[in-house]
Design a protein. Structure first.
Length: 100
């Protein structure tokens, strides 16, 4: 191997090293980011989801509402009938926007 071939081989190895994507995850759809993050690891911290906490609070509020309805109690001068009526009434977005 002559000098120019050695130089060409060295430059080729340097270029491969420079553009090597061995340690970076491939371009992926954001939906699958967490799966690839677990596979490839990464320096970015994982995003923690609050779905479980939100579901817990929803179930807690619903169970309180059911208990309030079952026992016929009022909370803040509102019974379960008033709560159902308030939730089921139509909401005029234009009126609410004007009041803001």
């Amino acid at each position: 191997m002559n000098e120019s071939e050695k130089r060409r081989k060295l430059l080729l190895e340097q270029t491969r090293e420079l553009y090597n994507d061995k340690y970076t995850p491939p371009a992926i759809h954001p939906r699958y980011g967490a799966a690839y993050q677990r596979i490839y690891g990464g320096e970015d911290e994982m995003i923690v989801s609050t779905l479980g906490i939100r579901i817990f609070f929803c179930l807690l509020l619903f169970s309180l509402f059911v208990a309030m309805d079952y026992k016929g109690e009022e909370v803040l001068n509102m019974g379960s009938d008033e709560i159902v009526e308030t939730i089921s009434e139509d909401l005029d977005v234009k009126e609410v926007w004007k009041n803001l």
